[in-house]
Write a protein that binds this ligand. Structure first.
Ligand SMILES: Nc1ncnc2c1ncn2[C@@H]1O[C@H](COP(=O)(O)OP(=O)(O)O)[C@@H](O)[C@H]1O
Ligand SMILES: [Mg+2]
Length: 307
């Protein structure tokens, strides 16, 4: 219907494609959960979206119903493109999903191999390899409004390439002492990495950087305190809606699905509705940041008082 009535929210051709990495070097903070729900939310809103699973553990791929190491081969992933200099497009790896407007580049365990290969080749002086993923993204970006990157939970060659390729960063942080302190370490490392990249002329240019409180359990007083601390520290950079810990997310994950595609509650309708409220809240805030990157949308946002 949007197509028919001409109300698709696509960016204008000369607006930049938003390449957003959901990154934090810590595992288990909700990166893959947020990446997939963000990508699906944007597709539901009518944007043209690609999700690139850059993590050999392939959680995002799993949430699309694949068993990565049975259903997919390394040829289906980023690996051939990272391995073979002659390849000029990532098109081969994009596959349609059951969401209209959402395409996926899946991952599987074989992608881990490229971590070593890139590192070894970079050690031999092929520094330009850090830009290989950006080149791949550039080869497909004209067809998409938003490309979401789900990186591995480590500071390796692929994570660095993701940082280099992204023009926006979303950092999920659960308000626990461990996650918070490792995020502080992540930020210090991020700072150092950006500086090192800048020295070599590879500085990433970020259009926005946002923190999302993830897996929040407000029944725990410590979490409430940390959440307040995060709000004070990160200020405007913090997404206002917290992504609370929800049994609905756990249950959907166990079915290799997301909350958006379940057609009824696994828990109860109250729990499901609350969960959808957090997810939509977080994603709508990120959608505004994305639209603000696009000159053709920015003027509309300003008129509506949203930017
Ligand atoms: N808001 C949430 N509520 C409940 N469970 C969550 C939530 N966010 C993530 N999880 C669960 O936590 C685990 C780790 O999340 P994941 O997104 O895979 O983290 P990462 O990609 O950072 O390693 C998964 O089992 C996921 O289902
Ligand atoms: Mg993950």
């Amino acid at each position: 219907m949007r197509g028919l009535f001409g109300t698709r929210p696509w960016r204008a051709p000369d607006d930049p494609c938003c390449v957003v990495a959901v990154q934090n070097f810590k595992g288990g903070v909700g990166k893959s959960t947020l990446s997939v729900h963000l990508a699906q939310y944007l597709a539901i809103q009518g944007y043209r979206v690609a999700l690139i699973d850059c993590d050999s553990q392939a959680s995002a791929t799993t949430l699309f119903g694949y068993v990565p190491d049975l259903d997919l081969s390394e040829e289906d992933t980023l690996y051939p493109f990272l391995r073979e200099e002659e390849m000029t497009s990532l098109d081969y790896a994009l596959r349609k999903t059951h969401f209209d407007g959402l395409e996926l580049i899946p991952a599987n365990l074989r992608l881990f191999q490229s971590e070593y290969e890139i590192a070894a080749r970079m050690a031999r002086g092929q520094g330009g390899l850090i830009d290989r993923l950006s080149e791949g993204i550039a080869s497909i970006s004209d067809r998409f409004d938003v490309i979401v990157l789900d990186p591995p939970p480590a500071l390796g060659a692929i994570s660095l390439s993701v940082l280099r390729a992204a023009n926006a960063l979303v950092v999920p942080v659960p308000p626990t002492v461990m996650d918070f302190s490792s995020t502080a370490a992540f930020l210090a490392m991020l700072d150092e990495t950006i500086e090192t990249l800048a020295e070599r002329g590879f500085a990433p240019t970020l259009r926005f950087l946002r923190f999302v409180a993830s897996k929040v359990d407000e029944n725990k007083s410590m979490q409430k305190e940390l959440l307040n601390l995060m709000r004070t520290l990160f200020g405007q950079a913090m997404v206002r809606t917290p992504l609370k810990d929800s049994a609905e997310i756990d249950n959907a994950t166990a079915r290799l699905m997301t909350v958006y595609e379940l057609d009824g509650p696994v828990t109860s309708s109250a729990v499901r509705n609350r969960c959808l409220t957090y997810l939509d809240g977080v994603n709508a805030e990120l959608e505004l940041d994305i639209r603000a990157m696009w000159p053709s949308h920015l003027s509309r946002l300003r008129k509506e008082g949203l930017a």
